[in-house]
Every structure is written in C-alpha cells, then in structure tokens.
Design a protein around this ligand. Sequence first.
Ligand code: ZN
Length: 468
Amino acid sequence: MTSRLAIAFQGAARTVTGSRHRMSFGDRSWLFDCGLYQGHREEADRINRSFAFEPAELDGVVISHAHLDHSGNLPTLVAQGYPGQIHVTTATGELCSFMLADSAFLQERDVSHLHRHHPGKPVRPPLYTPADVEQTLTRFQAHEYHRPWELFEGVQVQYYDAGHILGSALTVFEVARGAERFRLGMSGDLGRPRRRILRDPESFPGVDALVLESTYGDRLHSPSADTEKRLSEIVKRTLERGGRMLVPAFAVGRTQELAATLHDLTERGAIPSVPIFVDSPLAREATAAYTRHPECFDAETAVAFRERHGEPFGFARLRYVASPEESRALNDRRDPCIIVAASGMCEGGRILHHLRHGLPDPRNTVLFVGFQAEGTLGRRLRDGAESVNIFGDPVKRGADVAALDGFSAHADQAELVGWVRALKPAPRRVFLVHGEPGPAEVLAGRLREAVGAEVHLPALGEEFALWN
Ligand code: ZN
C-alpha cells in the first residue's frame, strides 16, 4: 500500500484565530501550529481544551511563529500527552519562552479574579499552568532558516523568512515516496515588503499545494507614507486637546514597529515630543529579543534608522512600564502622553484598565493599529460602540476612536497575490485559512484569475487528500 498525504484543518478555518492543521503521511501524523482560539470565554475554553485527535499519537509538531494564535495552545497539547519534539526557529523559541509563560500567568490571574468577584460560582481551572509551560519548553528544537531537517523518514522540512514578526517562518514540507516528491508550502502569517524593521517575506521554490493565510484577502493597506501622515495628525489632534492616546497593540511585532515609528516622527518634528509608555512587561522582553537578533532585520532600513536616530527601540522619551503599580499610576498623570499596551484586541491585559479610566474622556483617542476579530471588545469599539462592558461594568465612550491599517504585519490582497504569483511553478491547489469568509472568498477569486489554481476554503474539521 502506498502512503497517502492528507491535511485536516482543525483551526483557523474561516476565522482568524486558533491555527491548527494536522497532516498525515502513511501511519505518521504531525501538527502544524497549535494556536490558542480567542473569542467568547466559554466557547474558546471548550475549543482550546479539545483536540480532534489523540495528542499522544502525534509524531511531531512544527510551529510557524510565536504569536499565541499559532503557538499558545502548545502547553495544553503537552499536558494532554503529546510526547515528542516541537520544531521552531531560534528566535521563535526565544519569544515563546516568555510569551507562553505570560499566557499561563494571565490565565491564573483571570481565574483568581473571577473567584474574587463571583465567590461561590464554579470557575474552570486555567488551560495550563507555568509547570506545563516549562515542560513544553524542554521539547523545543530550534532550526535556522534555509537549513532543511528531517521531521521523520520521508518528510523533510525547511523554514524561510516570512517577514511577519521576529523569527516568523514560511514552511515547506517535502514528502518523498520512492523517487517521487510532493511539496507542501505553508505561509503561516505572511508579512509585508518594505517594512521598517524586518526583512521582506521570502519566496520559496514552487510547491504542489499551498496553505495560505487570507486575513486581508479583500483589502489594500494604505501606503506607509499616508499611514504616518494620518498617525501624526491623530497624535497632534489628541495632544492639542490635552488628551492621551491609548493604543491597544500586540506586545510582539506591532509594538516595536510603532515605537520605532513614533520615535522617528518625533525626531523629524512631525509630532510634539511627549512621554511614550509601553505598558507591557511582555513587550519589554520582546523588544530585548528583537535587539538580540539584528540578523533578522532588514539591512537597509535598520542601518538607515540607526544612523539617523540610534537604537530603534531604546530612547529617552520611551519608557517600558514594568510593575502593575507603575501601570496604575499612569492613570494619575495629568499631562498628555501616549500609552501603548496589550492586548491588541482588548481581550485582556493592561489596556483594559487604561480603557476603563480613559474611554469616557472626550479629549482622549483610542487608536487601533491591528486587526480586530469579530466578537472582541476591540471590534465593538472600532465599530463605534457608545458604551462597552469592561470588567463587568458598563463604560461610556467619550473618547475618539481611530484606526490605521498601515501598521499591519499581514500582507494585503495585492501583496498576497503578488507573493503567490512569484512561486514558480505555480501551486496547483491553494487552501485559504486564517481569514473570515468574506475576505477569503474575494481572495479565492483573485487567485483563480491570477494563477489558475484550484482554490479551497476549508471548513473546520474538513480533511483533504493531497497526494494519493
Ligand atoms: Zn502572527
């Protein structure tokens, strides 16, 4: 009997969260990404706790990058019996070590918060504990870009730079059956060319089938010069009113890009010089990791920046806020300032107490610089909600709300199509994941026209034979 290659989509199918794809070849199976599903508490908890397979029976796990929607459920997998290694790039391993620890910490804190505020009500235990995270990190196996390794006999893997966040990878699986080869490419999250810090996304030699993200499949991002102009206007308007700017942002990637941009704009005199607070211990650690890996930077932009302004992330007007006391003390300040805090979609983290405090004040602005998934507090605010619930209490919105998509770390429609067109030969089949149905359908149409591929929008749990 010949071995058959198949893929089952068990997360990020017709949605942007909880990436999890299970592949099988003959009697071996492996998981590509093991992300946390983020959304309504109970639904998310159920999805994150249950795998559609027996973790103990998996033969391998390969991770694309450190964002929690791609790596954040690894400790659950290990706690439920996954016995093997977890393959990552070197920088991804470093980022995961504190991102997973932080995720465990936040879960424990949420549970104790619920216990305190709803005594007597049964509360589910955290998904995983710091001990599960420690166990998970011992399984990590780090790889460099462009150096192929064998996942097991007959399956070779190679990472390329995805240009999305530090350490992010495009992954190619080359599966061998006798002299025949089948190549399966995974985009993970695809970054964008011409960014301030990271290198442009790479290409890889043609693949037979491609799994592609589609977050912005129906949209074009504004050019970066326009984005910076609008950012300057929003900052100036807010500061002139004597307000503060609150920016919910992912601690890893967006925060570093934004910090470098605000620094540059201030140095160029485009915005007034005010204190900038990055209120996230995680962002502080992530920034340190960025600084340790200058080899991942875009040589041209990073060198030019350094010559103009010195280090892109460490400058006098920017302060990394460490302790919760210092974070709360920001609320007592009277002078205008900029506060960048996690989480990016306002589903937890320190941004919540800044919003509770700052949202009613009409002098302030809440600025969104990243994607806001359906069902999140960030999405409700961005869609213009007049009042939202924070920590169980209604908070009226007086502040302005603005959104800029130019800081996105995800390729837009033209960049996605351009990236696929550059693959030679073109993939015969493309599977679109990590996108809501609307954007994915629009992108599917564009790709059918551009490369003539057979394009699928897999449903959750759907399995496809790739190579019979
Ligand atoms: Zn990502």
